[in-house]
Design a protein. Structure first.
Length: 327
């Protein structure tokens, strides 16, 4: 008797996917709202039959994995850029979140609502994380004394905040540990002039050079996936809630989608778009944080042409249409 076991982390495929010819699109983290565009594109058949989407939770070498597997991935701009500086052969071609999803949270009753209010307080964070780097850059830009802030490593959860272990935490707006919907104050770095790429789409250099049409195909599917996600929650949430090995809470999913909407669909912006100024800011704050040096110029790691070509060839993708209004 032959017993075949199915892995829990099963990939999500477009309806007519062909295993033999599939190119992988890997997500740096578990299925959830932050990957709604990718999941919607796969579930709705917006990708060609050659695209296979799957999650890769907790992979510290995620960017290297993409290069090694000749694949496409989505991860934070910080993780991508640091890996490319180390010589990993990858190229970014579009944004998922046009800005960082990192924010500083405090309890509503605390009265801590501005960066200046954090001076003399305890702030939970994760060492060398995107939040750590962005927070320090924000405080430095505002001229606030970082030496007067007690940063508590490993206490970046909402549980630590509710328990009074810290006065504020630095984490992503869609952090799943905020499951109790506690009333919070949110301090967003972009409100204080810190704009860096949030989640970015990238591919191995081999795939970019050998199959540029594949990159364009995936990019068009991703744009349509995000359009579907935000056009009508009544349609998209049930589809997304059933994605992945474990069902997502529809209520929680809709809440997270609403929170991250400005990162995907900024006023006057286009889905997937990013600009050089955000990359320059990210480069500067990573060097400021002494996490790396620019060994590979941005011009060699970030491509803008794929996005321009997709919108030029399909101008309807840039039209606001149904997703311009809150649903």
């Amino acid at each position: 008797m032959l017993l075949v076991l199915r892995p829990d982390r099963a990939p999500i495929r477009a309806p007519t996917a062909s295993r033999a010819a599939a190119v992988k699109l890997l997500l740096d983290g578990p299925y959830g709202a932050r990957f709604a565009g990718e999941l919607a594109a796969s579930r709705q058949g917006y990708f060609s039959s050659r695209i296979e989407v799957s999650a890769q939770p907790e992979d510290p070498d995620f960017v290297q994995t993409i290069a090694r597997q000749h694949a496409i991935g989505v991860t934070s701009g910080q993780k991508f850029l640091l890996a490319s500086w180390r010589g990993v052969p990858v190229t970014a071609f579009a944004a998922s979140f046009l800005d960082t999803s990192v924010a500083i949270f405090t309890l509503e009753a605390s009265g801590l609502r501005r960066p200046a209010d954090l001076v003399g307080k305890r702030v939970g964070y994760r060492r060398a994380s995107e939040g750590d780097v962005v927070f320090d850059a924000m405080m430095a830009q505002l001229g606030l004394p970082r030496s007067q802030i007690t940063k508590v490593p490993g206490r970046d959860s909402f549980e630590a905040l509710r328990a009074g272990e810290v006065d504020a935490i630095i984490t992503a707006i869609d952090d799943p540990s905020n499951s109790a919907f506690v009333k919070l104050n949110v301090i967003k770095p972009q409100d204080y002039g810190i704009h860096v790429p949030g989640l970015v789409y990238f591919a191995s250099n081999g795939l970019v050079h050998e199959q540029p049409s594949m990159i364009a195909d995936i990019l068009q599917g991703l744009i349509r996936g995000w359009q579907f996600t935000y056009a009508d929650y009544a349609r998209s949430v049930p589809v997304l809630a059933g994605a992945g090995p474990a069902r997502l809470s529809p209520e929680r999913l809709k809440f997270e989608l609403q929170q991250q909407r400005p990162l995907v669909l900024p006023t006057g912006g286009r889905i997937g778009d990013y600009d050089e100024s955000r990359w320059r800011t990210l480069r500067d704050i990573l060097i400021f944080a002494k996490l790396g040096e620019e060994d590979v110029p941005l011009a060699q790691t970030v491509n803008y042409q794929f996005l321009r070509d997709v919108y030029r060839r399909s101008p309807d993708l840039a039209a606001p249409g149904a997703w311009s209004e809150e649903k």
